[in-house]
Design a protein around this ligand. Structure first.
Ligand code: ZN
Length: 480
């Protein structure tokens, strides 16, 4: 084991020293970058004293390389920003030539930037906004990015903090901060935000105040997984409401504890939150908790993990416990495949909805519909299969079930011809030049084509039991 690790380390060092990375793309100001040319090992490893490492050692070169590569990442980010702006102009020109009305030009540009950069459409929009601000309104921040004095994230902070200003004021703040002269050398994120905020406030105190009012319109609730089958339910609220909600929870918890409740304060606050939001003691009765698992996991004590909708993968035992019937044998299997049966456990009142998977492929089974709109049963199958929006890199929740080949063109209302999309992606694919087609394969696969002729593949996530099937299939292929 030790030998293997040492060999990996030696290989990594060799790989780091061998190629000499090219110089940054451009460098307008600031000190010249340290040389990244590797020194011969024989010169560098001789120590003057036992335990000390001489100047010019391998270590020194490695640090020089790290810094040079970091400078290059910033320079590449600045180049990507310029290319994104050029792409936006090119697309608008092409759309104008194709007769797209002025108000609709620019549609799908951010989505294409996102696909090219392997980012979500949402982040693609922010990257395009950043690029436009840097190229057209903040030349000094752009120069700092080019020379490596700011990285992409820190340039984003300056753009974000000046987003509420007019173009004129933003240019003035950019000039005042003069990031390209090294004003932010050694500054962390917080120092940069503080400096940008102060400059923006000096230029236009009114718009900064208005921005605070606008922030309240962005209040929202989100859910993200935490370790050990826990989850973070987060609310972004105006300060007064957030403080009021927290105070109400602590008050209730304190009064329950003084009445003799043995649960901790934190536990009581969490339990109270769930009870009040769902409107029921215990929290989850009557709410559609959707679990996807194999019949082996449900009935035979198999360890294949299940999938909880809105959360992700959960251990088999945890899933079984959630569905545990109060009387043994209450939960029995209904016959037939492709059925969409619902069983109800009286005590827990958690709905158990059975979406059967095909034994051979572990694909979900469902029959087609003659209707144009996806009926509830098919929608549920597709939502379960896709989990989130099917656009590559987009993790947004599904809002629409879309016909891959449109109904007008004879596309059927079927599980194969349906795909779950978020609101934004559903609009994006309506732009001229976008098309989607499905591809046959072991898992449901789409190919998204963009106006530039690039295609991106999206494969539905594996269902519980699927990976094991893949493994068995490959084991079979290897046999005699
Ligand atoms: Zn999406």
């Amino acid at each position: 084991m030790e030998q293997i690790r040492d060999r990996h380390v030696a290989t990594a060092i060799g790989a780091a020293l061998l190629p000499s990375p090219p110089r940054p793309v451009s460098r307008r100001s600031g000190p010249a970058p340290a040389s990244v040319t590797p020194r011969p090992v024989a010169n560098g490893t001789v120590s003057e004293q036992p335990g000390s490492v001489g100047h010019g050692s391998i270590s020194r070169d490695l640090i020089d390389q790290l810094r040079a590569l970091e400078d290059m990442k910033s320079a590449i980010s600045s180049l990507q920003a310029k290319i994104a702006v050029a792409f936006d102009l090119a697309q608008r020109a092409e759309q104008a030539a194709a007769g797209v009305p002025a108000a609709q030009r620019g549609g799908g540009v951010a989505a294409q930037v996102a696909l090219a950069r392997r980012e979500s459409p949402n982040r693609g929009g922010r990257l395009l906004g950043l690029a436009k601000a840097l190229v057209t309104e903040m030349p000094r921040t752009m120069a700092a990015l080019e020379s490596g004095q700011l990285n992409e994230w820190r340039a984003t902070l300056l753009v974000k903090e000046t987003a509420c200003l007019s173009v004129e004021d933003r240019c003035a703040v950019d000039e005042e901060l003069a990031a390209d002269t090294g004003t932010f050398n050694g500054s962390g994120d917080k120092a940069i935000i503080t400096a940008a905020k102060a400059a923006a406030y000096r230029r236009d105190p009114r718009s900064v105040t208005q921005r605070a009012a606008h922030a309240a319109s962005e209040r929202t609730v989100s859910l993200r997984p935490a370790p050990d089958t826990m989850t973070y339910l987060t609310a972004l609220l105006p300060a007064a409401q957030g403080v009021a909600a927290y105070a109400a929870l602590t008050r209730t918890a304190d009064s329950l504890r003084s009445a003799g409740d043995q649960r901790s304060r934190g536990q009581l606050m969490a339990d109270t939150l769930v009870e009040r939001v769902t409107g029921t003691p215990g929290g989850i009765s009557g709410v559609d908790v959707q679990l996807v698992m194999t019949d082996r996991t449900l009935f035979r004590g198999d360890s294949e993990p299940a999938r909880l909708k809105g959360y992700g993968t959960v251990p088999a035992g945890w899933a079984r416990k959630l569905l545990q019937p109060s009387e043994p044998g209450e939960l029995t299997r209904t016959s037939g495949t492709g059925a969409d049966a619902a069983a109800v456990d009286i005590d827990f009142r958690v709905w158990l909805r059975r979406l059967y998977t095909a034994p051979a492929t572990s694909e979900l089974l469902a029959s087609d519909s003659k209707a144009r709109l996806f009926p509830q049963r098919l929608r549920r199958f597709i939502e379960t299969r896709d989990t989130a929006c099917r656009t590559p890199y987009c993790d947004a929740p599904i809002r629409h079930i879309d016909h891959i080949v449109s109904w007008q063109l004879g596309g059927p209302t079927s599980i194969q011809n349906g795909a779950g999309l978020c609101e934004a992606c559903n609009h994006t694919k309506e732009n001229p030049g976008w098309s989607v087609r499905s591809e046959s394969g072991p898992r449901h696969t789409l190919n998204v084509s963009t106006p530039t002729g690039h295609t991106y593949r999206s494969t539905a996530p594996p269902l519980p039991g699927r990976e094991r099937m893949d493994w068995l299939a490959s084991a079979d292929e290897g046999g005699p």
